[in-house]
Design a protein around this ligand. Structure first.
Ligand code: 5RP
Length: 219
């Protein structure tokens, strides 16, 4: 089965977690399938809080109201994709550059359902270059510190986040202690957000596979 079909399967399976109210919605090609699926049951929800301008536009295009997080408080459910996941449902995110708003909406949500195709499941995080959002004036400073941590940062040139910041993609990291590295990188002056989601991992992972969607949870 094609990778995109696996993403679509996972996205459609996530509808089972939608119980109404306002839904947290992430960013990416897998989430685009989720938004399209959500549109088929839009009468059962009140709207969405979105993690990016791109997702907001797609939600609105389907006639789903998009709310500011400040206006709605905590959410019951957040659905988002990932660039990598381990079996503890700790993630690397930010391939699409939306990591900061994704981390905010995940933090505001009681349940985080991650949707992905099976190529995203790894034993050790770090094969996918780790995105780090940085304040523009701190780009070189943060890059030097990321080298000290063993990585090879590459500036995602020409890309500006929805928050007006830059992204460094850090290659060659083998992330054996994701929560520790998340805290270390978060503490570097100039870092807005690191794309490790370990302190607040996903609660449920729906993986599209050739045999159909598989659900993983951390007990
Ligand atoms: C965007 C993200 C996405 O969730 C991640 O890049 C996965 O994307 P896709 O569903 O297209 O494979 O973190 O910032």
């Amino acid at each position: 089965m094609q990778q995109d079909e696996q993403k679509k399967q996972a996205a459609q399976a996530a509808l089972a977690y939608v119980e109404g109210g306002i839904i947290g919605v992430g960013t990416g090609s897998t989430v685009n399938h989720f938004i399209d699926a959500l549109a088929t049951i839009k009468g059962r929800i009140d709207g969405a809080v979105s993690s990016s301008e791109v997702s907001s536009a797609r939600l609105k295009g389907h006639g789903i109201p998009v709310y500011d997080l400040n206006a709605v408080g905590d959410l019951a459910l957040y659905v988002d994709g990932a660039d990598e996941t381990n079996r503890q449902l700790q993630l690397i995110k930010g391939g699409g550059g939306a990591l900061t708003r994704e981390k905010i909406v995940a933090a505001a949500s009681a349940r985080f359902v991650c949707i992905a195709d099976e190529t995203k499941l790894v034993d050790v995080l770090g094969r996918f270059p780790l995105p780090v959002e940085v304040i523009p004036m701190a780009r070189s400073l943060v890059a030097r510190q990321l080298v000290q941590l063993g990585g090879t940062p590459v500036w995602r040139e020409g890309f500006v986040t929805d928050n007006g910041n830059l992204i460094l993609d850090v290659h060659h990291l083998s992330i054996l202690e994701p929560a520790k590295l998340e805290q270390q990188i978060n503490n570097l002056p100039g870092v807005v957000t690191v794309g490790i989601f370990a302190l607040r991992p996903a609660d449920v992972l729906i993986l599209g596979t050739p045999q159909g969607p598989k659900t993983l949870k951390v007990e």
